[in-house]
Ligand binder design. Structure first.
Ligand code: PHE
Length: 344
């Protein structure tokens, strides 16, 4: 008899059971254990077999010790098998499982939209060149978006089929050039500003058009600025964005608010001008308009064109992003498809 008054044979049986159950790690182990101890030919049954050897007056006590151990084993087996089910290593089970040895699930970090990334890159580049960053209005009046920019009443871009009108005098701005006018009205001279933001045009959406898009607008007004300065600024800007030296080419073009005006190209940053799939074998990419501010525009905001002159440029940010990330459909920027966005 032990200290607790339990027969040694029962205590030994319990101790062995205890050892074994600690090693049980699968449902199969538990089932084996259950059969070994509680089964028809199990240890508990064989303990009862010993009852013959016990003096008759102690048999009742002996029997109740075995029953106690049996209940203990049943409960222990049940609780360990419950734990194993809940903390199963088998990931295929439908029950919730948790394997504390697995590496943690990494946090999915949100990040900026590719357009915002380009905008931030551009902001850094222009701040480093000492430009002020200004913002304008997305709902603009026709004076700032058209009239002051020398865009005549008959100009097709004013057509309601091209422009979203809020009322006859207000529109969703079609170009960030409206910010040029506001900057010249408000700013003290000389002026070095950039502005970035959304513009709207009533374009049917396709791979290269979307009714909303972003532009970056730059404007410098000073006493002695010229086309070479414009070329230098644009070269810096695009070299910064693409991380490789690019060259700028101007092709004469007409915008009512600049004279001379130009469509502006950069040498393809991917092939250096030789021609590749990104530039469609052209060796260069058209990115937007630029030119010297038209004297009439300066007069419209009370700046004397005989003292001051300036240059301006307005480029599409989607187009820059499409080139940088080699995306062939502008709509992808607006679909909010996580698989697409996660790549940046
Ligand atoms: N605002 C013009 C456009 O949207 C681009 C431009 C800006 C052209 C500044 C010349 C100077 O097409």
């Amino acid at each position: 008899m032990s200290e607790e008054g339990k027969p040694k044979i029962i205590e030994e049986c319990k101790a062995k059971f205890e050892k074994r159950i600690q090693k049980a790690t699968t449902a199969e182990d538990i089932e084996k254990l259950r059969i070994k101890y509680l089964g028809r030919k199990g240890e508990i049954r064989s303990l009862f077999g010993h009852i013959q050897e016990i003096p008759p007056e102690k048999r009742g006590e002996f029997g109740s010790h075995i029953n106690e151990l049996k209940t203990y084993m049943e409960q222990k087996i049940q609780s360990v098998s419950d734990q194993l089910e809940n903390f199963s290593l088998d990931a295929t089970t439908e029950k919730p499982y948790c394997d504390l040895t697995l590496p943690g699930v990494p946090f999915v970090m949100g990040h900026q939209h590719p357009i915002s990334q380009i905008i931030d890159d551009l902001l850094d580049i222009f701040r480093s060149m000492n430009f002020d960053v200004v913002s304008g209005y997305e709902i603009e009046d026709t004076f700032h978006n058209f009239d002051a920019l020398n865009i005549h009443q008959w100009h097709p871009s004013r057509n309601p089929q091209d422009t979203f009108y809020v009322d006859p005098e207000h529109i969703l701005r079609t170009q960030t050039s409206a910010v040029q006018i506001r900057a010249m009205e408000n700013g003290t001279l000389p002026l070095r500003i950039v502005s970035m933001g959304r513009c709207y045009r009533r374009d049917a959406s396709d791979a290269t058009h979307y009714p909303v898009f972003h532009q970056i607008e730059g404007l410098v007004i000073d006493k002695n600025v010229n086309f070479c300065d414009l070329s230098g600024i644009l070269t810096e800007m695009m070299t910064g964005v693409f991380g490789t030296r690019v060259e700028v080419r101007f092709l004469p073009s007409y915008f009512p608010f600049v004279e001379p005006g130009a469509e502006t190209f950069i040498s393809c940053p991917f092939c250096g001008g030789k021609g590749c799939n990104v530039c469609g074998k052209a060796g260069e990419i058209e990115l937007g308009g630029s030119g010297m501010v038209h004297p009439q525009v300066l007069r419209n905001v009370n700046i004397d064109p005989s003292i001051y002159r300036g240059f301006a440029f307005g480029w599409g940010i989607e187009r820059i992003a499409m080139m940088k990330y080699q995306i062939d459909d502008i709509r992808l920027f607006y679909d909010n498809n996580i698989d697409f966005l996660e790549q940046f």
